[in-house]
Design a protein around this ligand. Structure first.
Ligand SMILES: Cc1cc2nc3c(=O)[nH]c(=O)nc-3n(C[C@H](O)[C@H](O)[C@H](O)COP(=O)(O)OP(=O)(O)OC[C@H]3O[C@@H](n4cnc5c(N)ncnc54)[C@H](O)[C@@H]3O)c2cc1C
Length: 611
């Protein structure tokens, strides 16, 4: 079966649901993009996903990238596909800030979603180059920009993000990689080891540009003391040409569960005391404070939403494959009907339940993700400063929801896809098991699910005395109030109202725990991920219902049985399923949170182990 993707839903998002024209009208994009371009760009992007990327996905998984005599050997076709995306406007040159050729995120990400579904190992490499380039574009000098950006955007040089060290993963603030000053205030000597670096030595281009977090000598302890440095694998001369090796060595590539085509490297910087890095941003102040971590995280909202997007794209691809398979696999007879013929499994209630569960989850999370990209587009480009500020805060709140819920829920979707295929779903002959292996990392990198749950309840709910979170909740409430009597959706509106009440109770419960830290301290992290699920499931429900109301109107206008009519019926079914089958779980989760059930805390630690 060939790779298929739901182009129609992406077109609905851009042309029928989001106010895309508002984004296209922003000064940066004006005259370059219009709603009329959407179909053509998405159709072309789909072609690239099918013809360029998907053909290398399964072979890349089987062959895997290798390190031979210290040199990376990419899987066949990987380097060419990477450069194809970068050189033809499907990669970093369309994604980066401040670049003339930049696309609105809502449009770029719709295309990128299909590419990711087709070959997730490859698109993360593109994404990392965009992330590294964005940091240089935002915080670098003109000279830094001139030296690095053209080659990175052209696909000649790969970018990476180097945070993790052998002893410091979630604890980024404690890293021990060091930066030592030289006679030139711009250049520092870097020494340390970074672990698990994606595309750390990928072989896609002639140079790799690492963005490295390191603590300058005499830097303050903890997060405020960390600086950010551009550390090329090969030194880059002032005129942008490539110089000698920069004392960055690849100790090994990880052997891992999935993403075999992607080089996850253990990198040593400065074994020979000869590794140079270019300081990004200001030097440490007299207290030893630097802005490295803050700069890195400044650019993180988009990449963390991107991680949730990555997982949802893979889940979507698995969903479409399984649904198609269910129409072809003949097995079993209709329940309770004597002497009936065997039927395609899509006729079975349990299979239909799993398909609709997958479809509703994928479409709902996709909707939440694209709200996030829309908010980021307005934040970055709108001349309406008040709106930009408000949407920046909404994007901040959505970031942990998309990253945490998106990546966790995708695993359930892909597991269902495997279930639908039965035994062959577990076999490497079919593509769905690879999606499970390739996507599990997405609950871990860019901060684990717990780290995002902690960010939600500790920071996002409470920042600026809770005002942005209150505004975000109000945006859901406004929708409920305006549509409470929506004809044909009374049941779903009631469900959303209950979900919203549960969300309010969760917020109040956490407020009261924070006000009583002495006695309630441990309940906060214990329930953090549960709270994240409540927030995300309510927001997903709101998005799906907003979409369903549009679909219902359109359905009344189109001819029955047409592909549009079928799509709108499917959209309404997704909303009904999610609101009536998944959202009610938040009421139970909220009861659990409020009950302060604490066996996890009170049982002796030894009882968790084998004696
Ligand atoms: C394939 C792959 C690619 C990667 N790519 C990159 C990359 O490009 N750049 C990069 O810098 N890093 C990268 N990483 C590293 C990744 O970001 C880290 O693995 C991740 O941040 C988790 O850190 P850790 O593995 O040290 O786990 P730990 O930090 O040891 O966490 C282990 C467990 O403990 C939990 N935990 C930790 N602290 C707390 C706490 N305070 N309270 C409750 N629970 C806690 C975590 O949630 C997790 O479940 C990659 C990793 C992999 C496997």
């Amino acid at each position: 079966m060939e790779f298929k993707y739901d182009l129609r839903d992406l077109k609905f998002i851009l042309k029928e649901w989001l106010p895309s024209q508002e984004v296209f009208d922003c000064e940066r994009f004006k005259g370059n993009f219009s709603l009329d371009d959407v179909d053509m760009l998405l159709n072309e992007g789909y072609k690239v996903a099918r013809e360029v990327l998907n053909p290398i996905n399964a072979p890349g998984d089987k062959i895997g990238v290798k390190l031979v005599n210290g040199q990376p050997v990419p899987v066949p076709g990987f380097k060419e596909a990477y450069q194809f995306l970068q050189q033809n406007g499907w990669g970093s040159s369309s994604e980066c800030i401040k670049v003339e050729t930049g696309m609105p995120l809502i449009l770029y990400k719709a295309i990128f979603e299909m590419n990711t579904a087709a070959c997730p190992a490859l698109t993360s490499c593109v994404k990392l180059t965009s992330g590294a380039a964005n940091l240089i574009l935002r915080f670098g000098t003109q000279k830094d920009n001139d030296m690095f950006i053209p080659k990175m955007l052209a696909g000649d040089w790969q970018g990476t993000m180097c945070l993790t060290e052998p002893n410091f993963g979630s604890d980024t603030g404690d890293i021990v990689t060091r930066a030592y000053p030289t006679d030139d205030p711009r250049i520092w000597k870097i020494k340390g080891t970074k672990m698990f670096i994606t595309a750390g030595d990928q072989g896609t281009g002639e140079n790799t540009i690492h963005l490295v977090l390191a603590r300058p000598e005499k830097g303050a302890p903890g997060s405020p003391g960390i600086g950010l440095y551009i550390v090329p694998k090969f030194w880059v001369n002032d005129d942008g040409s490539m110089g000698e090796p920069n004392d960055v060595t690849t100790a090994t590539l990880e052997h891992k569960m999935g993403l075999h085509a992607q080089a996850t490297a253990l990198l040593n910087f400065g074994d020979e005391d000869n590794c140079r890095g270019i300081l990004l941003g200001p030097p440490p102040d007299e207290k030893g404070y630097s802005k490295g971590l803050a700069m890195m995280f400044h650019m993180m909202n988009e990449s963390r939403i991107g991680t949730g997007h990555n997982s949802n794209s893979q889940a979507a691809a698995a969903c479409y494959f399984a649904a198609q398979y269910a129409t072809e696999r003949v097995q079993g007879r209709p329940f309770g009907i004597k002497r009936a013929e065997r039927v395609p499994i899509i006729k079975h209630e349990d299979i239909r339940r799993m398909i609709l569960d997958m479809k509703a989850t994928v479409e709902g999370i996709r909707a939440m993700i694209f709200k996030g990209f829309y908010f980021l587009d307005i934040e970055g480009n709108s001349s309406d400063k008040e709106k930009a500020r408000k949407y920046a805060e909404f994007a901040e709140i959505l970031t942990p929801l998309v990253k945490g819920y998106g990546s966790e829920a995708s695993l359930g979707v892909i597991a269902n896809a495997i279930q639908i295929l039965g035994g062959v779903g577990y076999s490497t002959e079919y593509p769905v098991e690879q999606y499970l292996r390739d996507s599990k990392i997405l609950t871990i990198w860019e901060g684990t699910s717990f780290i995002h749950a902690n960010d939600l309840i500790g920071r996002k709910m409470r920042m600026k005395d809770g005002a942005p979170f209150a505004h975000w909740m109000a945006s859901i409430k406004e929708f409920i109030d305006a549509n409470i009597k929506a004809k044909g959706f009374e049941k779903e509106m009631k469900s959303l109202t209950k979900g919203f009440e549960a969300l309010s109770e969760v917020k109040n419960t956490f407020d009261s725990w924070y006000a009583n830290m002495d006695s309630k301290r441990q309940l906060i992290p214990l329930n953090a991920l549960r709270a994240l699920f409540v927030c995300a499931q309510v927001y997903v429900s709101y998005c799906l219902l907003e979409q369903a109301l549009i679909a219902a109107k359109k359905l009344a206008e189109v001819k029955k049985g047409t592909s549009d009519a079928i799509y709108y019926e499917g959209k309404i079914a997704s909303a009904r399923y999610y609101l009536n089958n998944i959202l009610p779980q938040v009421v139970l989760t909220t009861e659990l949170i409020k009950s302060e059930e604490d066996i996890v805390i009170t049982c002796p630690e030894e009882s968790l182990l084998i004696n």
